[in-house]
Design a protein around this ligand. Structure first.
Ligand code: PMP
Length: 360
């Protein structure tokens, strides 16, 4: 068996210990005589798996009791619609801070349900920094303020949670969820697709403050109605059982390694190493303002895009996989989620040094 260092932005690399556990459990989960894929979601085995995962997520993130944790489907993209449908609460406007490609998609989708104000967005959509908070144009009557703490494509990450007063803050944590501790109380709602730091694709986490529930637009589909999903413990219909179970294993893996403070320390070190090398190389380049650089997704360019194919081919030969940047920005992107070992970052830097030396 050959495992590569997989730098994919998502679906992304999972901890080897988790994959081995999945393999061990595959035919017979815990003496049940069946795989988790084959279990009734209403049976006591799966209900125990689901409850444990929710409890572990709650304790790892320190989710207060007045919040609901929902396991949903439809991806973060589904939430781009679910959020206005559930959170407008009689209002007609919402504020969006756009710092990259995913924020652009979120505001576009919200425009189908409300007046979605652009509270801040860089001129010409050149996404290389977080606009200063004083320059945001917030509407005091907005039902919520939406932002994207980490833009997966551009590699722009908010260094801190912005202060928006009493208006509920809504955040698309997809690509930085569980990378570091967060103060959940600062948010009205947090959401994230699982397929980066949490598990396989197919499940989407929503953590929402309970006082925001119960006022969904009348036409909201039941499977997107937070109140109804909360009331049914996320089992309103058949949930993505297998994905939920694998997420549970990842949560236990994070816990066993010291929880989110330990993840943060390791992630800061991994990303710091790579940015330091890029900045000092005189060869590779990352355009993002240093204070706003992502710990999870590190885009970089070579001096000449004509070298990209050779860079990727050479990387592939030594097991450094999926480094091609998103088609909209070009160049390279190394995603360094929790499950990327430090040895993977070291191997990437060694390869980059060698490539620069021989192609400089
Ligand atoms: N938001 C962000 C920040 C993302 O990185 C992604 C996926 N890469 C999405 C939204 C869309 O997620 P999904 O594919 O789960 O709908």
């Amino acid at each position: 068996m050959t495992r590569v260092f997989n730098f994919s932005a998502g679906p992304a690399t999972l901890p080897i210990d988790v994959l081995e556990q999945v393999r061990n459990d595959l035919l017979d989960w815990n003496g049940s005589g069946m795989s988790v894929m084959e279990m009734s979601h209403r049976g006591k085995e799966f209900v125990a798996i689901a409850e444990q995962a929710t409890a572990d997520l709650k304790s790892l993130l320190g989710v207060p009791d007045n919040y609901s944790i929902l396991w949903m489907q439809g991806g973060a993209t589904g939430q781009f619609s679910a959020i206005p449908m559930n959170l407008l609460r009689g209002g007609s406007t919402a504020d969006y801070v756009v710092t990259g490609s995913w924020g652009k998609k979120a505001i576009k989708e919200a425009g189908r349900f409300c007046t979605a104000n652009t509270a801040a967005r860089p001129v010409d959509d050149v996404f290389t920094h977080v606009p200063a908070r004083e320059q945001w144009n917030l509407d005091p009557n907005a039902a919520y303020v939406h932002y994207t703490p980490n833009e997966t494509i551009e590699g722009v990450e908010f260094p801190e949670v912005p202060d928006v007063g009493d208006v509920p803050l809504v955040a698309d944590f997809s690509s930085t969820f569980l990378s570091r501790p967060i103060d959940v109380e600062r948010f009205g709602l947090i959401y994230a697709g699982a397929q980066k730091n949490l598990g396989p694709a197919g499940v989407t986490i929503v953590i929402v403050r309970n006082d925001l529930l119960g006022q969904a637009l009348p036409q909201t589909p039941t499977v997107l109605d937070y109140q109804q999903i909360a009331a049914a413990d996320s089992m309103l219909n058949t949930p993505p059982c297998f994905a939920w179970y694998v997420c549970g294993l990842v949560l236990q893996w994070i816990k066993a390694r010291g929880g989110l403070p330990a993840m943060a320390e390791r992630n800061a070190r991994k990303a710091g190493k790579l940015y330091d090398y890029i900045d000092g190389s005189g060869y590779y380049r990352n355009p993002v303002r240093p204070s706003d650089r992502s710990w999870m997704n590190v885009p970089f360019t070579l001096p000449d895009a004509g070298l990209d194919a050779a860079f990727l081919a050479g990387a592939g030969e030594i097991g450094l996989s999926t480094l091609k940047g998103h088609r909209s920005v070009g160049g390279m992107r190394a995603s360094l989620y929790n499950a990327m070992p430090e040895a993977g970052v070291d191997a990437l830097i060694d390869y980059m040094k060698e490539f620069a030396r021989t192609n400089g």
